[in-house]
Write a protein that binds this ligand. Structure first.
Ligand code: B12
Ligand code: SF4
Length: 622
């Protein structure tokens, strides 16, 4: 049996860190590999041939040699996941949907997939494989019991192109003992943390070593959900690291009460954990009570974070605005807190009600859910419910402003200084070879710091730790993080008053370039809606000049505006394929805003890298 597993391309979100991945870090395409797919591959019968394609680092095959195509996805991937399921089904493949979103709302896949796998796959995927081989697969496999993680196999890391990712992933436990009312983790994985054995983790680290991995993210929702077991793991890891010359740099997620346990933090340090992601959400006790995040209540949060810093461990954190107790003043309190805390990777999300969570049920009862509103990305300018103590529009505007204020040059620099004050000898000492370090610093200077002008130069210089050079890698890393978030926010959030006239200028220039082809009916040119989308269709016989003159104009349009582009290729002569490839290469930097539609008759001739552009896969193709 031949099985193809696909991780669909993400639309850009907060954690894409696109600036870092595309401009700064050499040779990496995205942050983390799809661990779920590597786990699923290991659960297949040994005689199955399994391939994993992650569309975030490589193009998908249009005519795969596969009997079954399995497509995973978080909510943010749902549009692309649906597109892929529909496409491969249309090509006669048996399609299976799984992953986070299918686990949360399998009903959304009933019309899209031949089979949907909802929940952890350790027991139900082998059942599907047996049924499929027997010719009787069911439309839905749902895990309703409890999976023992000691039954989870070593993921097939060998099927992932690990060198293309910033950090490899590994999982020790699932589930979290707490009961935050907005959280889908406890809905999906329950409140009793389940663990792998340390021997399993040892085998997984061996497998990662064999693949050359060095940075590893323990993707547990709360590594310290069971503290005794966490300490046993950390002792094991410290020992493993000693034996292997501290080869791995680790990071993970944990609850804030980590800071109450000195032994736990010391063990993390010993095991070489460089960072931890913490769900702080809000510094406001009343809100924490309302949302049942009681484990964070009554804590001196800044003090707690500083205790973690003192162990050399960096903190990344999640914050939420929009709770029922929140008012417009809350945004300023959050801003102050984030600045004081020194947390650079601060993901501030608008509260979003995820299906099946207690929050969702309450808002539904209160009639406050907004029908058909997007619930898949908590870091966009909108959410799926009506707030209580402020208007929806005022909340969204304050959210936008909060990010803008946090991400000024001063905001980035202030946080670095506030952290450096408490951070003792960071575990993070830079993960790259000397030559790459130099390259990274040069690129940061040229592409990030210098274009910011004297204000940013001064802010940058003010953060350099002259008396403690060991902290420099952390400072560089924080600038990369801050500028990545800033460019994300600028591109996705900014409402630029000059945008329309900039777009008009660029489009008029482009129209002049293609005018004679338009008149001859060889290209189509459509503009809108909201004057931020351009559709250019190649419909007749063109010449080399068309491509060489259009490419720089299109590139300028994308560079100077937030416009999106659809390039529709309906006709193309063989001698122009290379010209088209050059044009696409020129647009690649802005690939996330470019959709390419290739007529079915041309698909085999015109390769389009779907990991760079959105390759539209309508069943007829044009
Ligand atoms: C690691 C992680 C990340 C990493 C890596 C993502 C990646 N490329 O895999 C990073 C930090 C980049 C990330 C980012 C985001 N993430 Co994230 N992330 C996680 C986390 C903590 C672990 C996922 C994981 O690897 N699990 C381990 C594997 C083994 O388990 P699994 O994925 O559940 O897979 C099992 C089954 O689902 C099944 N399965 C998986 N795939 C498939 C496919 C098929 C065909 C089948 C049959 C079965 C199957 O088999 C596996 C074994 O049982 C989860 C929380 C969680 N516990 O799931 C959130 C989570 C998946 N992320 C979430 C979100 C919202 C995001 C962001 C949108 C946040 C943002 N606003 O930017 C971004 C989007 C991604 C991006 N821009 O890159 C949400 C998704 C909500 C949802 N239900 O859809 C989650 C659930 C967190 C949450 N509390 O809500 N994330
Ligand atoms: S601590 Fe984190 S994972 Fe645990 S219930 Fe709360 S939000 Fe969910």
């Amino acid at each position: 049996m031949r099985l193809l597993l696909i991780n669909p391309r993400f639309t850009e979100s907060f954690w894409s860190f696109r600036f870092a991945m595309t401009e700064i870090v050499p040779g990496k395409r995205t942050l983390n590999p799809p661990l779920g797919l590597a786990t699923l591959a290991a659960l297949c019968p040994p005689h199955w041939q399994v391939t994993i394609v992650d569309e975030n680092v490589e193009p998908i095959p249009l005519e795969p040699k596969a009997d079954i195509v399995g497509v995973c996805g978080m909510g943010v991937q749902f549009p692309r996941q649906s597109e892929l399921l529909t496409y491969y089904r249309g090509r006669g493949r048996y399609v299976v949907a799984g992953g986070s979103y299918a686990s949360l709302c399998p009903e959304k896949y009933a019309q899209l997939a031949d089979t949907t796998v909802a929940g952890e796959a350790e027991y139900i995927w082998p059942a599907f494989c047996r049924d499929f081989e027997a010719g009787a697969p069911k439309p839905l496999y749902r895990e309703t019991g409890t999976v023992a993680l000691t039954d989870s196999p070593t993921p097939r890391f060998d099927l992932l192109k690990l060198h293309l990712y910033n950090t490899a992933s590994l999982q020790f436990s699932r589930g979290c003992p707490y009961m935050c009312d907005f959280c889908d983790i406890i809905v999906m994985f329950g409140r009793r943390p389940r663990m792998k054995s340390v021997e399993q983790i040892g085998r997984e680290l061996d497998a990662l070593r064999a693949q050359g991995a060095r940075q590893v993210f323990f993707v547990d929702d709360n590594l310290i959900g069971n503290r005794a077991q966490a300490k046993a793991l950390l002792r094991f890891l410290a020992n493993y690291q000693k034996q292997h010359n501290y080869r791995f740099g680790f990071g993970t997620e944990a609850s804030l009460n980590l800071a109450q346990d000195e032994e736990l933090m010391a063990l993390m340090h010993e095991a070489n954990f460089a960072w931890v992601f913490i769900g702080i959400e809000t510094p406001d006790d009343e809100t924490l009570k309302l949302t049942r995040k009681t484990q964070n209540m009554g804590t001196d949060m800044l003090g707690a974070l500083r205790r973690i810093y003192r162990h050399g461990i960096d903190v990344l954190a999640g914050f939420i605005v929009g709770f029922d107790t929140d008012t417009l003043e809350t945004f300023e309190r959050q801003r102050r807190f984030i600045l004081d805390s020194g947390i650079q990777a601060a993901m501030v999300g608008l509260l979003t009600a995820l299906p099946r969570t207690p929050l969702y049920e309450r808002l539904k009862q209160e009639g406050r859910l907004i029908e058909r509103a997007d619930d898949t990305d908590n870091t966009r300018l909108g959410t799926n419910f009506v707030p209580k103590r402020m208007s929806y529009d005022a909340m969204v505007a304050a959210y936008q402003r909060l990010y803008e204020q946090l991400l000024t040059d001063r905001g980035i620099a202030q946080r670095i200084c506030n952290k450096l004050r408490w951070m003792r000898a960071p575990v993070y000492r830079g993960e790259y070879a000397a030559v790459d370090r130099v390259r990274i610093v040069m690129r940061l200077l040229v592409k990030g710091i210098l274009p910011g002008g004297p204000g940013r130069w001064a802010a940058f210089l003010g953060t350099l730790p002259w008396s403690a050079p060991g902290k420099l890698p952390m400072v560089i890393s924080d600038w990369i993080t801050g500028l990545s978030m800033r460019t994300y926010v600028q591109r996705r959030f900014a409402r630029d008053p000059d945008a329309e006239s900039a777009v008009d200028r660029q489009v008029s220039a482009l129209r002049r370039v293609v005018a004679c082809y338009l008149d001859a009916g060889k290209v189509g040119f459509a503009w809108g809606p909201g004057r931020l989308h351009l559709a250019l269709s190649l419909t007749g016989r063109l010449d080399a000049r068309f491509f060489s003159r259009t490419a720089p104009r299109l590139e300028k349009l994308l560079r100077h505006t937030q416009s999106t582009l659809t390039l529709r290729i309906e006709e193309l002569q063989a001698q122009h394929i290379a010209h088209l490839q050059r044009l696409l290469a020129r647009l690649a930097r802005h690939g996330d805003r470019v959709s390419v539609v290739v007529h079915e008759k041309l698909r085999a001739l015109v390769p389009v890298d779907s990991s760079v552009f959105h390759l539209v896969l309508g069943t007829r193709g044009a």
